[in-house]
Design a protein around this ligand. Structure first.
Ligand SMILES: Cc1cc2nc3c(=O)[nH]c(=O)nc-3n(C[C@H](O)[C@H](O)[C@H](O)COP(=O)(O)O)c2cc1C
Length: 162
């Protein structure tokens, strides 16, 4: 199954999970980045990013190479911001919406506490898909490595492989 893992990560937690998944699924790995990076330190990190997520902003992305037609399955990964999708992933979904709707989609969220379920529901609504082929929520897999995260990744991969 031709698979792409597409993700945004501010501070590396989603990135580490995306890399593991891409390796396990022999998938292409595509990292998206906003043209104007969000502040990643101090008070402004949560203020700016949280507001952007609450307002469902769609920040312009740096050019990326992705052709949905080349894949059978697309895995989307994002950090939870204010119980919502991190905005760069919203932009990606908006730009690719027509193509994604016809595809098998799996998704994962990284969070430090809660809000991942709601964010995944929002993502499904943005794409217009009824259900994900697989979904999972990880707790800061880089900053707080735990066996639960590894088990979740293994179960996610198993579910995708069927
Ligand atoms: C702007 C902002 C808002 C956040 N909101 C939430 C939240 O609502 N719930 C939560 O559990 N974690 C929240 N977090 C924490 C991140 O989702 C979490 O640390 C995640 O693993 C970071 O992924 P990354 O390292 O790939 O950026 C927030 C982080 C930022 C920067």
């Amino acid at each position: 199954m031709r698979t792409a893992v597409v993700y945004y990560s501010m501070s590396g937690n989603t990135a580490i999970a995306a890399e593991k998944l891409a390796e396990a699924l022999s998938a292409d790995l595509i990292r998206i980045r906003p043209v104007r990076a969000y502040p990643d330190k101090g008070f402004r990190k949560f203020l700016r990013g949280g507001k952007s997520a609450c307002m469902a902003e769609t920040p312009e992305l740096e050019p990326y190479s992705f052709n949905a037609e080349a894949y059978d399955l697309i895995v989307l990964g994002f950090p939870v911001w204010a119980a919502n999708i991190a905005p760069p992933v919203r932009t990606f979904v908006q730009e690719q919406r027509g193509a994604l709707k016809a595809k098998k989609i799996a998704a994962f969220a990284c969070q430090s506490g809660s809000g991942g379920e709601k964010a995944l529901r929002n993502l499904a609504a943005c794409i217009g898909c009824d259900a994900f082929a697989a979904s999972m929520i990880l707790i800061d897999p880089k900053d707080r490595p735990k066996p639960e995260n590894d088990r979740a990744v293994a179960a996610f991969v198993k579910r995708i492989r069927g």
